[in-house]
Design a protein around this ligand. Sequence first.
Ligand code: AKB
Length: 312
Amino acid sequence: MKKILVTGAFGQIGSELVPALQQKFGQDNVIAMAHRNVPQAFKGIVEVGEVTDKKGMEKLIKKYKIDTIYHLASLLSATGEANPQLAWEVNMNGLKNVLDLAVAHKMRVFWPSSIAAFGPTTPREMTPQRTVLEPTTMYGVTKLAGELLCQYYTKKYGLDIRSVRYPGLISYQAEPGGGTTDFAVAIFYEAIKSGKYECFVNKDTMLPMMYMDDAIEGTLKLMDAPWDKLTIHTSYNFAAISFTAEELAREINKRIKVKVTYKPDHRQQIADSWPRSIDDSVARKDWGWKHKFDLGKMCDVMIKNLTIKLQK
Ligand code: AKB
């Protein structure tokens, strides 16, 4: 039976990946590691720790005989720009610690990269799997360096490391924090709470996005894929839908009324440096990736479930 450690277990992805892993492998086989903010309602094994504390993590790996690690802990793009030193410390040193521990304890690794690994010189429409990568945010720099480090450890030490470049993730459960794509979640909250939203990117900003259920399913599918089918050892392009801020507002307005105004801030520049759409045909071919949620279906589930959540 697998023994799994998840770092960043209560972040935006972890909050939904941990329950999915618990369901698949059993509650006792998933150890959720957090450095703070353990939700009171959480059922399962929790350990408090820091990804920058290699010795502390090694103790957990030995204690639970961990064989697989989902290393999610990371600062996102906007927070990373506010504190680039900390972003490097957590994102790079945290990953290096995990990879060294994976070599020492023969663990498989899942590590998320992001569309932030691309930059303003990357072709922005249907960005190919292999292309120019010159990110201009510290977050993007750590994602690109992390991808290369993962590939290096795969080749040098024969590690089984798997990774996808997540687009903006949309979910009604955990709220994102400190990202540039956060407006695509915040707009739903404000639409339901107040019927108005001031968007921090302009109306024409188009970014690749994905509903969280697709992201979780894709992540588990990649981890189940036969190793010999995988041709990418940096990180797979991973896509579902692309829409502008205005298209999202229009789609929400077909369901509930929301008046959206646009007041771009420092995050506009970050958004403008990222792709508008992604070509993920390699992931589709290598491990059968397929998304299920289009824009309309995503709006339906978001509004239905957030309305219930916000009434509680
Ligand atoms: C962010 O906006 O920083 C993240 C990402 C695209 O990686 N959601």
